[in-house]
Design a protein around this ligand. Structure first.
Ligand SMILES: *Cc1c(COP(=O)(O)O)cnc(C)c1O
Length: 412
């Protein structure tokens, strides 16, 4: 047995309990999705693409009903016309907020692209700020939501609060569903009219309950992350209270049109089968993250979350400590990808970021971060953010080879 095989065995033995928990969650979520599919009487007729206005597109209508069922919500808007998660999230914001209203982020500074949508950190064209929507944010307290500070930050103009479930690309911990429940309850106790909006990106199926089930009014996310199961070719979703989703639908299309038109241009099967696969694929990504945490912590690197910590999203951060190691990590992941394995990623000046960023993404669907991918900003502590993995076997292979690359980089 080689040293590498021995290391792999030790790591697999160390994560056995965590993997068992992931399998349990995946089973419960699979049941949830299956039962929603049975309730909706899904059949092959729902997979047919449509054209033009697509009035009465039963595939589109049933998919909306299915998502609403899975998330325990009144209504859903699932569309390939959403170009990304940011687009779906922005549709909720612009659909509901009016001049003079105020949005409050309760989870500190939001995800980079959302800051551009909001437009308060830095001016941006077409932003909420340009429309006269106010904004404020509650800073995190030791990396956690300052629940006691919520009352002070809400004002009479506050129409909506934004709650980001995932860590995004920061070192803070993701929120648990229990955290989300407490936050929503706290907000509603202060003012029941405030809309509680959860950015659900990277969080779907990581736990057995979803934000709507614990008091969120509306959630939104991307189909090329967890919920698309690796099969959805593009798109986003908005799910929640009937009146809120309806209001958002008029922003996606036009007043009077809402969710009643919009052609299904792709093979609808990919959206349905992707949802069916999503609990399992999310479990594969979680196992990849846990394995990475165990492997790299054994080698002496700080990881966040740690191996044992409960998970709220599929992201694994590993502090590599040097620029050389960060580059070697991303290059090794890229060269062990099924697509574009021959490409060598380089740090580059990404729009909207202060430091250079390096990214590895040899994915079937462009930019799909439910597929194995890694990225990180070129600054201390040279942390790499790893996410995805359609199959754990692929992630394990890629990670073991990455360790070999990093160790030979360290010897150089
Ligand atoms: C991915 C993500 C988004 C949306 O990003 P897109 O690339 O537009 O899909 C928003 N918020 C969080 C926390 C995310 O992880």
């Amino acid at each position: 047995m080689t040293d590498s095989d021995r290391l792999k065995r030790e790591v697999l033995a160390a994560v056995r309990d965590q993997f068992a928990r992931v399998d349990e969650i995946s089973e419960l979520n699979t049941r949830k999705v299956l039962d929603a599919m049975r309730d909706c009487r899904v059949s092959a007729a729902h997979f047919t693409p449509t054209t033009g206005y697509a009035y009465g597109d039963i595939g589109r209508e049933t998919l909306d009903k299915l998502y609403a069922g899975v998330f325990g919500a009144e209504r859903a808007l699932v569309r390939t016309q959403f170009v990304s998660g940011t687009h779906a999230l922005a549709t909720v914001l612009f659909g509901l907020l009016r001049p003079g209203d105020e949005l409050i982020s309760l989870t500190g500074a939001p995800y980079d692209t959302m800051q551009t949508v909001i437009g308060h950190a830095q001016p941006s064209k077409g932003s909420l700020k340009e429309f006269g929507v106010g904004y404020n944010e509650l800073p995190l307290l030791n990396g956690r939501v300052d629940v006691d500070g919520i009352k002070q930050i809400l004002s009479s103009r506050t129409k909506m609060v934004l709650i980001q479930r995932s860590r995004g690309y920061s070192m803070r911990e993701p929120l648990s569903i229990d955290d989300i429940e407490l936050i929503c309850r706290t907000v509603k106790k202060i003012n029941a009219n405030i809309v509680t909006f959860v950015d659900n990106c990277y969080g779907e199926f990581v736990e057995t309950r979803e934000p709507i089930e614990v008091g969120a009014d509306v959630i939104a996310g991307s189909l090329i992350k967890n919920i698309g199961g690796g099969l959805a070719p593009t798109g986003g979703y908005i799910v929640g209270r009937g009146d809120v989703v309806e209001q958002a639908s008029y922003r996606l299309t036009a007043p009077g049109m809402g969710d009643e038109l919009g052609a299904t241009l792709c093979d609808g099967r990919l959206l349905y089968q992707g949802l069916f696969m999503a609990p399992h694929v999310t479990a594969q990504a979680l196992k990849s993250a846990i394995f990475a945490a165990a492997l790299f912590s054994r080698l002496g690197y700080r990881t966040s979350p740690s191996v044992e910590a409960p998970r709220g999203d599929i992201i694994q951060a590993i502090e590599l400590g040097t620029a050389e190691k960060l580059i070697a990590f991303c290059r090794a992941i890229q060269s062990n990808s099924p697509v574009d394995s021959y490409a060598a990623p380089e740090p580059w000046d990404m729009p909207g970021y202060d430091d250079q960023v390096i990214m590895a993404a040899g994915t079937f669907v462009q930019g799909a971060s439910i597929e194995l991918s890694a990225d990180g900003p070129m600054r201390e502590p040279y942390a790499v953010y790893l996410q995805g993995g359609l199959t754990f076997e692929h992630s394990m292979t890629a990670l073991m080879r990455t360790v070999e690359e990093i160790q030979s980089e360290a010897r150089r």
